[in-house]
Design a protein. Structure first.
Length: 438
């Protein structure tokens, strides 16, 4: 009987020792993926792309953002340098590597890429990862969540994966000054969330499983420092999106209106039941246009005929010869220019849709006088397609208003409305007709 008790005690002792050993292994994160999982949990999310729920629901999971080079010139990087004060965790293939030797620099031929993409986490889950090899308006940018790097023959793609609400905290101050009225910031937060939710339904970059990039092509992300006001606007509207016919609306927005907006015809799309919330509306109150005193509300440019012929001919890749006439030959809702015809002694060029027209009339060689009396050099795009063009001798006078494409919400209009006591839901209700904010 005593021997039997000793055997039972021995077995129990061995089992207890095994439990202790297993507990130590689990606690120290031994084994592939354990430390990664602990860090992801500490960051507040588990990795993985968004779960698509259809156009009526905000997707679960994370948004994946392709980070472009400095100046947003390219989606591919020659080198990538990363840093975090507490160090980095690199995950590639079945390997986990802790990096605590300062800045990590990766080149396309790094041996780690032999196992595929490299995921990089901050060892201290509360930290952000600095991308030291690029610059933004805020200097060297840092990112919440995970940085993922893909390598190919032409360079490396950098993807930042993070929860949607964290993403918005760096979109809102990059798209709208954080000093703006709180109700305008809330309107911007809801617009940015709605737009992102629709983008998360598909990958814009399927080769990298990325939903968007961080430039104006989608929404500007992490170009400005986060601010308490803009983060508050995100928090106070958490989960809210603009809906039209039960679907999340694609909430386009731009800088400044000329007192009116336009619809999707400006981009060559026919009005339909699905986009009927994007209409031409008057952006005005009891005292006239909300933005009438703002710099880009009205502007004027004088362009020599030779310069203008060069700009339009360069855009169309054909010589116009001596420019004889330029006129807007078709307009859309809000009086936006939909078609521009330029006739010269050698060729005639017809340009359609607002972006192409603005591109054809944009470029170097002239100045633009703004509503406040200041004068700026011409830019890559004409400020807007809300303009008239007349000829005086050998000079063409373009008078216009607004800054941006003119579809959806004017951000400066939203701020002026907020200063006049409008709530963010009232603001959104003007720019997006027949919608609900839920």
């Amino acid at each position: 009987m005593r021997k039997k008790h000793r055997n039972i005690a021995y077995i129990l002792g061995v089992m207890a020792m095994l439990c202790v050993i297993l507990g130590i292994i689990r606690f120290t994160g031994a084994g592939t993926g354990n430390l990664k999982g602990n860090i992801e949990s500490e960051l507040g999310f588990l990795g993985g792309s968004s779960k698509k729920k259809g156009q009526g629901s905000v997707p679960d999971g994370n948004i994946r953002v392709l980070i472009m080079t400095s100046g947003y010139g390219s989606s591919l990087h020659d080198t990538v340098s990363l840093g975090a004060d507490g160090g980095l965790l690199l995950v590639y293939g079945e390997q986990e590597e802790e990096w605590t030797n300062g800045i990590l620099t990766l080149a396309p031929d790094d041996a780690r890429f032999a196992a595929g993409r490299v995921a990089v986490y901050p060892l201290n889950g509360g930290e952000e990862i600095r991308v030291e090899s690029i610059e933004r308006g805020c200097g060297i940018p840092s990112y919440s969540g995970v940085i993922e790097i893909w390598s190919g023959e032409e360079g490396m793609a950098v993807i930042n994966e993070l929860p949607l609400e964290q993403y918005l905290c760096k979109v809102v101050p990059s798209e709208m000054p954080s000093s703006y009225e709180m109700e305008a910031l809330k309107a911007q937060a809801v617009c940015a969330r709605s737009y992102a939710a629709r983008q998360m339904e598909n990958y814009a970059y399927p080769e990298y499983e990325a939903h968007v990039n961080d430039s104006t092509e989608f929404q500007v992300y992490n170009n400005s420092y986060t601010a308490e006001s803009s983060s508050q606007a995100v928090a106070e509207t958490a989960g809210e999106v603009v809906r039209y016919q039960e679907n999340i609306a694609v909430t386009y927005y731009y800088s400044t209106s000329c007192g009116r907006t336009t619809n999707m015809e400006a981009w060559g799309s026919a009005p339909s039941d699905g986009n009927a919330y994007l209409q031409s509306v008057q952006v005005c109150g009891n005292e006239g246009d909300y933005e009438k005193d703002l710099p880009w509300y009205h502007w004027r440019a004088e362009i020599g005929a030779e310069t203008l012929a060069g700009l339009i001919g360069g855009y169309a890749n054909k010589s116009l010869g001596t420019l004889e006439n330029v006129e807007v030959t078709k307009r859309g809702p809000g009086d936006v220019a939909l078609e521009l015809t330029a006739a010269g002694t050698e060729n005639t060029v017809i340009v359609e849709t607002e972006n192409k027209i603005r591109t054809a009339l944009g470029g170097a060689g002239y100045t633009i006088a703004k509503n406040d009396g200041s004068v700026v050099d011409s830019q890559r795009l004409l400020p807007s397609a809300f303009f008239t063009i007349t000829k005086q001798g050998d000079t063409y006078i373009i008078e216009g208003g607004g800054y941006g494409h003119g579809i959806g919400m004017s951000q400066n209009g939203a701020n002026e409305m907020a200063e006049n006591g409008k709530t963010y839901k009232e603001i959104l209700g003007l720019f997006y007709q027949g919608v609900t904010v839920e």
